[in-house]
Design a protein around this ligand. Structure first.
Ligand code: NDP
Length: 276
C-alpha cells in the first residue's frame, strides 16, 4: 500500500497530499468508490453539499473500520447557503449526512462575488472552528481579489484555497499569493478531467518512466507542492492514481519545465468572477 505524505496546514493540522474526489459520482456509487479508495490507501476524501453524496461518503467511512483520526474529510458550503445563519444550518445538515461529529476541512465552495456574502459566511465558519466542529477552515475558487478581501476582514487565514489547477491552467499568480500567506494550494480537476492526458509532452515523460500520463500529471502536482484530489470510479485507476510515491519516480527539472510549458489558460469549469 502506498504511503501518502502530508502537508502541514497553518493551524498545524496535517492534510494528506493526495486525496480522493467524488464530484459527479451518484450517492449510491460513492460508497463503493470510496471503499475502493480506502482499500487502496487513500485517507482523505473531498465531497461537497452540492454533490449530493455526503451520505454515500459517510456510509463508506463508517463501514471501513478505519479509525476517525486517520481520516481527513473535506466538505463544502454551497452557494445558496452563504450568509451567517444559513451557513450554520447547512453545516449541521452536511455533518448529519456524513454521520460525523466534525469535518477536517470546511470550504466556502465559490466566492459568488456579486452576492457579497462570503465575509459573513466566513464569520460563521469562525464560529464552527471555535466550537471544534470544523478542524480547519478554507476557501475554494477564490481569485486574488476575493482572497485579499477576506484577509483584510478576518484574523482567520484560510488554510487552503482549492482551485482548478492542471498543466493547462497553472494558476501562477494564485500560487504565489498563497505562498506569501502560507495558504496551501489544493488542485481540483488535477487531471483536467482527462483533457491533458493525451498531450504528447506528457506521453513522452510517461513512456520514459514506464508510468501512465495520469501518474505523470499527479507527480508534477506533488513536486510543485500542490495537494491533489483526483477522482475516479474505476478501481484500477483509483489504485494507479495513488501509486505515485515510489522512490524511483521523480520528474527531472527538464521534465517539470516541459510540463510548465503546457499552460494555456484552459478552464474546464466556471470562472469564479462570474459564477453567482
Ligand atoms: P479529475 O481531473 O480528477 O478527472 C476525473 C476524470 O478523469 C474522470 O472522468 C475519471 O474517469 C478520469 N480519470 C481518473 N483517473 C484516471 C486515470 N488514471 N487515467 C485516465 N483517466 C482517469 O476531475 P474532477 O473534476 O473530478 O476533479 C477532482 C475532484 O476535485 C472532484 O472529484 C472534486 O472532489 C473536486 N472538485 C472541486 C471543485 C470545486 O469547485 N471546488 C470543482 C470540481 C472538482 P473515471 O471516474 O471514469 O475512472
Amino acid at each position: 500500500m502506498s504511503h501518502v505524505p502530508t502537508v502541514t496546514l497553518n493551524n498545524g493540522t496535517e492534510i494528506p497530499q493526495l486525496g480522493f474526489g467524488v464530484f459527479q459520482v451518484p450517492d449510491d456509487e460513492t460508497t463503493t468508490a470510496v471503499a475502493h479508495a480506502l482499500e487502496a490507501g487513500y485517507r482523505s476524501v473531498d465531497t461537497a453539499a452540492i454533490y449530493g453524496n455526503e451520505a454515500g461518503v459517510g456510509r463508506a467511512l463508517a463501514a471501513s473500520g478505519v479509525p476517525r483520526e486517520e481520516l481527513f474529510v473535506t466538505t463544502k458550503l454551497w452557494n445558496a447557503d452563504q450568509g451567517y445563519d444559513s451557513t450554520l444550518r447547512a453545516f449541521d445538515d452536511s455533518l448529519a449526512k456524513l454521520g460525523l461529529d466534525h469535518v477536517d476541512l470546511y470550504l466556502i465552495h465559490w466566492p459568488t462575488p456579486a452576492r457579497d456574502l462570503y465575509v459573513d459566511t466566513w464569520k460563521a465558519i469562525e464560529t464552527l472552528v471555535a466550537d471544534g466542529r470544523v478542524r480547519t477552515a478554507g476557501v475554494s475558487n477564490f481569485r486574488p481579489a476575493h482572497l485579499r478581501r477576506l484577509l483584510d476582514s478576518s484574523d482567520l487565514v484560510p488554510a487552503v484555497n482549492q482551485i482548478e489547477l492542471h498543466p493547462a491552467l497553472q494558476q501562477r499568480e494564485l500560487r504565489e499569493l498563497h505562498a506569501e500567506h502560507a495558504i496551501v494550494t489544493e488542485a481540483w480537476s488535477p487531471l483536467a478531467q482527462g483533457a491533458v492526458l493525451a498531450d504528447p509532452a506528457i506521453a513522452a515523460i510517461a513512456a520514459r518512466h514506464g508510468k501512465s500520463p495520469a501518474q505523470v500529471v499527479l507527480r508534477w502536482h506533488l513536486q510543485l507542492g500542490n495537494v491533489v484530489i483526483p477522482k475516479s470510479v474505476t478501481p484500477g485507476r483509483i489504485r494507479e492514481n495513488i501509486d505515485v510515491f515510489g522512490p524511483g519516480f521523480v520528474l527531472s527539472d527538464d521534465e517539470m519545465r516541459s510540463v510548465a510549458a503546457l499552460d494555456r489558460g484552459l478552464r474546464t469549469g466556471p470562472d469564479p468572477d462570474t459564477l453567482n
